[in-house]
Design a protein around this ligand. Structure first.
Ligand SMILES: NC(=O)c1ccc[n+]([C@@H]2O[C@H](COP(=O)([O-])OP(=O)(O)OC[C@H]3O[C@@H](n4cnc5c(N)ncnc54)[C@H](O)[C@@H]3O)[C@@H](O)[C@H]2O)c1
Length: 262
């Protein structure tokens, strides 16, 4: 199926690592212009180079999604380079598993800034352009934690639940302007290799905990008895972002081997 993504301009936040990296590569394979909005400069540049080495179009803009000024500038640079913003993928997310009662306020603040404010900032930054164009598609990477409330992930779950509600509410506001917003919720999605993650990836704190033996045990909680791969998420994101999904808005799609069903 041709997703009609050629020459579309797509911003992918956190495209330096794991899921965001595969999403960026997948859009580039469809001949879209890819803006890599990532705060890890070496990793963001590395993914941009990988795309350009394969003949794709990529622009790296160092961006902290929690910093509204940087986000606004990033959107302006995307328009200056490619002329439009057709699609935004709010992929950045961060959290490290710990019991709520043992976490510091500092860590909660960091999670809310990155997981919730980051989505608000980036979405707001692209909407003027999308309203002017009378078209646009925003896909936010949520989490099954935001649908069911995951043990050890209280504030992270709250933020991810928040982006789901934000998406639904905004979808009602801007649908009449030709703009769609949806959420894709991964379950556990393991990087292909250590090379596929950046230094700032949450996986650097997970590799030692989430060993291959633990992964086999974890997979038993999934109806399909397997954990996700970044490409599984990218496949769903590309479809729902594309005009092929043009009658879908305000929806939450779990791509998690059936971990949650609702
Ligand atoms: N991997 C999983 O098992 C899993 C499960 C459920 C949901 N998710 C969600 O999927 C998304 C991607 O997860 P991942 O596993 O690829 O994570 P990752 O940590 O490997 O990649 C996230 C990327 O975002 C960048 N980043 C972090 N904070 C940033 C900021 N403030 N500004 C700009 N860039 C920033 C990091 O440098 C990194 O490159 C996240 O939203 C995460 O919450 C992941």
């Amino acid at each position: 199926m041709d997703l009609h993504l050629a020459d579309k301009t797509v911003i992918v936040t956190g495209a330096g690592s794991n899921i965001g990296r595969d999403i960026a590569h997948s859009f580039a394979s469809e001949k879209a212009n890819v803006v890599i909005a990532e705060w890890d400069e070496p990793q963001g540049k590395k993914v941009a180079k990988e795309i350009m080495d394969r003949g794709g179009k990529a622009l790296f803009v160092q961006t902290d999604v929690a910093n509204n000024e940087q986000v606004t500038l990033m959107a302006q640079k995307a328009i200056a380079e490619f002329g439009t913003i057709d699609i935004l993928i709010n992929n950045v997310g961060w959290g490290v598993d710990q019991l709520f009662m043992q976490e510091t306020r500092e860590k909660w603040k960091k999670m809310v800034d990155i997981n919730f404010w980051g989505v608000i900032n980036c979405t707001r930054a692209v909407l003027d352009q999308m309203i002017e164009q009378k078209s646009g598609s925003v896909v936010t990477i949520g989490s099954d934690a935001g649908r069911m409330g995951e043990y050890y992930e209280a504030v992270y779950s709250g933020c991810k639940g928040g982006v789901i509600a934000l998406t639904k509410a905004l979808a009602r506001e801007v649908g009449k302007m030709g703009i769609r917003l949806n959420v894709v919720c991964p379950g556990a999605t393991v990087p292909e290799s250590k090379d596929a993650v950046g230094e700032k990836s949450l996986w650097n704190e997970m590799f030692d905990v989430f060993t291959p033996e633990i992964q086999v045990k974890a997979a038993k909680a999934y109806p399909l008895r397997k954990l996700g791969k970044p490409q599984d998420i990218a496949n769903a994101v590309l479809f729902i972002a594309s005009e092929r999904a043009g009658h879908i808005t305000g929806q939450t799609l779990s791509v998690s081997g059936g971990y949650t069903m609702m």
